[in-house]
Design a protein around this ligand. Structure first.
Ligand SMILES: Cc1cc2nc3c(=O)[nH]c(=O)nc-3n(C[C@H](O)[C@H](O)[C@H](O)COP(=O)(O)OP(=O)(O)OC[C@H]3O[C@@H](n4cnc5c(N)ncnc54)[C@H](O)[C@@H]3O)c2cc1C
Length: 453
């Protein structure tokens, strides 16, 4: 394959499998996915991205996109990988309270830049994910109940669509692209930059509390009643956590099954304490780290893994968390099981997440998100994928589909369609047919191609 014409047009490195730098550029945070594209374009500009798309189209090659590899749900085998890591510019406009960012910017960099102006952004459970990839899937923020999805706060996108055209899309311009980019993931194009609103927040009342796993039945039951009383300013999730016996994990959690409550409250400490009291009163914790904290340190709330590792994940949206739902979760991953899953998390939705304009975000009408993740390492590696499938299947009576950012490995057409409500999925298929008619963007959470008839 002759890449010389492409390399001449592109400012960033264009790499083949034997080239130095290829392995680094294809490496994903999810180390279970080994990408092996024929060519990697390490883009440095929107022009580079456009050149890569034109070249791939001319050679009839599929295109994958990667910023961090947190969402590497399938291996990119063959074709062209557009790596956006080098699109790392950030411009903050403190007057308008907005940020313009390149497609390779991680939340960590944006939170740090925004904090310098007393501002924050609608980051999810970890600041290590890419702002654009997360937001294209809606983007469920820690403060989502108060502010809605990250994509509700996008002002504009610059995108190279699958047909090689470049567009500047203003939110609310009524275009199909605007609709599809807010929640439709990478189906219609490669976003090169984005402008989004920042929020006026410097600190919050938040953090995590750990209890022994034996208390899981009581804690889940109290949690389900307690969340009904919370205002939108209070976000909460609860995790059944089985951390491995690794030396860098603190002793009370190392190698133990625990329950981890994660909270974030946009209000004063006294009211935060009052609202949290029913959970604190359940039992003495192993660790209680809830208190006033800088918003930019919100990684402390969920304490997600910081280093690349091989994992598999799966999710399902729930309409309710009643006694039978809890019983079913416990039967899959409770204290009486030998579950191989690192985490089974139930996150409270609702509030501003349930509202929103016309967009492709799924999950607005769900009450909870259940997310399961396991590490693909011996001795449990082989037990993880079936355990994820089992817990997702067991939730069927309460399922409201999935949210694309938490869907996990996309399966057959029917499984892919679960990531959006039916009318949204069908409209997304039509949008893809217009903007990516050759279906070049077909890795990952790609909707299935419309039958030409
Ligand atoms: C530990 C962990 C915690 C998480 N917490 C949350 C959370 O709280 N809330 C939430 O909503 N999600 C969460 N996620 C899911 C995360 O938002 C998705 O995995 C998201 O896809 C990550 O984006 P990325 O760019 O970092 O990943 P990548 O793997 O680089 O990209 C994933 C996919 O996003 C698309 N994409 C990325 N960049 C572009 C682009 N420029 N143009 C077009 N398509 C693009 C592509 O389809 C790509 O395959 C979490 C994931 C992990 C691993």
């Amino acid at each position: 394959m002759d890449i010389s014409a492409l390399a001449e047009q592109v400012e960033g490195p264009v790499l083949r499998p034997d080239d130095e730098g290829y392995a680094d550029e294809v490496a994903a945070f999810n180390a279970a996915r080994r990408h092996t594209p024929d060519v990697v374009v390490a883009a440095r500009s929107a022009d580079d991205v456009a050149a890569a798309v034109h070249w791939a189209a001319a050679h009839d090659l599929p295109i994958g996109v990667q910023a961090t590899g947190h969402g590497a749900v399938v291996p990119i085998a063959g074709g062209v990988l557009v790596s956006t890591r080098g699109l790392d510019e950030i411009t903050i406009d403190p007057e308008r309270r907005t940020a313009r960012i390149g497609a390779g910017v991680k939340w960590r960099a944006l939170l740090d830049a925004a904090a310098g102006h007393g501002l924050g952004g609608l980051c999810g459970s970890t600041s290590d994910v890419g702002v654009v990839g997360y937001t294209l899937g809606g983007g469920l923020p820690v403060l989502g109940r108060r502010f809605g999805f990250s994509s509700d706060h996008v002002r504009s996108f610059d995108v190279v669509t699958g047909d090689g055209e470049r567009h500047h899309v203003e939110t609310g311009d009524g275009s199909e692209l605007d609709w599809a980019l807010r929640g439709g993931k990478g189906n219609v194009g490669i976003v090169t930059s984005m402008e989004l609103d920042l929020i006026d927040v410097q600190d919050i009342y938040g953090g995590g509390i750990f209890w022994p796993g034996a208390l899981a039945p009581t804690l889940l039951t109290v949690f389900a009643e307690w969340v009904e009383t919370l205002p939108e300013e209070f976000s909460a999730s609860i995790g059944l956590l089985r951390l491995p016996p690794l030396p860098d994990i603190p002793e009370p959690l190392r190698g133990r099954f625990t329950v981890h409550l994660r909270v974030a409250y946009l209000g004063d400490d006294a009211e935060g304490e009052r609202l949290l009291a029913p959970m604190r009163d359940v039992a003495p914790p192993l660790i209680d780290m809830v208190g006033r904290m800088p918003y930019s340190e919100l990684d402390r709330i969920h304490m997600d893994p910081e280093h690349p590792m091989p994992f598999e994940e799966g999710g399902v949206l729930l309409r309710e968390l009643g006694p039978q739902t809890i019983e079913t979760i416990l039967a899959q991953a409770g204290p009486d099981t030998e579950s191989p899953l690192l985490l089974v998390e139930v996150r409270l939705l609702g509030g501003a997440l349930a509202r929103g304009g016309s967009d492709a975000v799924g999950g607005r009408d769900a009450a909870y998100s259940l997310f399961a993740v396991g590490v693909l390492m011996p001795p449990i590696a082989e037990a993880v994928p079936p355990a994820i499938q089992q817990i997702v299947a067991a939730m069927a009576p309460w399922s409201a589909g999935t949210m694309v950012n938490f869907h996990g490995v996309p399966g057959d057409d029917a499984d892919r369609a679960r990531a959006w409500p039916v009318p949204t999925y069908e409209r997304l298929q039509r949008a893809k047919a217009s903007y990516d008619p050759a279906n070049l963007l077909r890795f990952g959470h790609a909707v299935s191609v419309l039958d030409p008839a």
